[in-house]
Design a protein around this ligand. Structure first.
Ligand code: ZN
Length: 307
């Protein structure tokens, strides 16, 4: 009997989680076409975690964002004692959420966990405040996570690349996890934009590249281009070509970039490197979890009547 009650309670928790997830992602929200209805059955495994982890709002937000961004690529979560848990990826790879270590900015880049990767909020839309020093949302990447989703070796990644028509050209982009489809939708949005504002064409074309198996200049870290989830537009600038900028210079740099182009990408789950303190204004990267997290956080902060 006690067991039955426990089972019932667990089922109620699961269905309430499912409801929260569905309510959190109306398909019509703010022009987003991210596939927010994608079910994430692995969220049910949250029930296995200790209460203290399950009830932690920051963890719940991160897991919901990962569920929207990578639903099918994740199999379940598994607890490891009272404080820790990991994601088990669909390919069996186990990835720790929080290693519990305090890190400086360089170590966060070099040895991040998932919590580090999701910690800096990405702010969609035109920025009114410049990024703080080392505020580079999306620049911290857990390589093992992306390898599990998109391919662990160049050969594996290349096997997943698909051709995407993009403004009269064709580019190769990552077919897994909806990345190529999202880029295709960005292309449709941009072609509508260029029909109205043909002068923006020179910002975008000719493209500087998509897939490229390489490490980031001056580091041992893999570039997002190595998984085929990033695209560089024609016009832009990169902090390594010049210098790091003061806050007002960063805002001016962002304002000088056509925001309609940025919005077309953000609407489809891409982040813009122009919002980083370590700016890279031609760089766009498919990171649906960061856009999902921004929207979830905005909803949680909104007055109840607006939800
Ligand atoms: Zn790039």
């Amino acid at each position: 009997m006690k067991f039955m009650i426990k089972m019932l309670a667990a089922q109620q928790l699961l269905s309430s989680l499912a409801v929260v997830l569905i309510l959190s992602f109306p398909l019509s929200a703010a022009g987003q076409t991210q596939d927010l209805s994608r079910p994430a059955p692995w969220l049910q495994s949250l029930d296995q975690l200790p209460e203290v982890l399950r009830q932690n709002e920051a963890i719940r937000l991160d897991l919901q964002a990962l569920a929207v961004g990578y639903g099918a690529a994740i199999q379940k979560v598994v607890g490891q004692g009272p404080q820790r848990f990991s994601l088990v990826m669909a390919n069996g790879r186990i990835i720790l959420y929080d290693d519990g270590r305090l890190k400086g900015p360089e170590e966060k880049l070099d040895r991040p966990d998932l919590e580090d990767m999701l910690a800096q909020p990405y702010r969609p839309g035109p920025l009114t405040q410049p990024p703080q020093a080392n505020e580079d949302p999306g620049r911290i990447r857990v390589e093992a996570f992306f390898q599990a989703v998109y391919g662990a070796t160049p050969a594996e990644v290349q096997a997943h690349l698909v051709p995407v028509p993009f403004l009269g050209t064709t580019v190769r982009f990552q077919g897994n996890n909806g990345a190529a489809a999202a880029l295709g939708r960005v292309g449709v949005r941009l072609s509508q934009l260029l029909a109205q504002k043909p002068t923006l064409r020179g910002y975008i074309l000719p493209l500087q590249g998509t897939y490229n198996h390489r490490r980031i200049a001056g580091s041992e870290r893999l570039s997002a281009h190595a998984w085929g989830i990033a695209i560089d537009l024609h016009r832009g600038t990169y902090w390594r070509w010049g210098r790091l900028l003061a806050p007002m210079e960063l805002l001016a740099l962002q304002a000088a970039s056509p925001q309609e182009i940025v919005q077309a990408f953000e609407a489809e789950g891409f982040i813009w490197g122009g919002k980083w303190y370590h700016y890279d204004t031609m760089h766009f990267e498919y990171r649906p979890e960061l856009l999902a997290k921004a929207r979830l956080a905005a909803r949680a902060a909104a007055p109840a009547r607006d939800r």
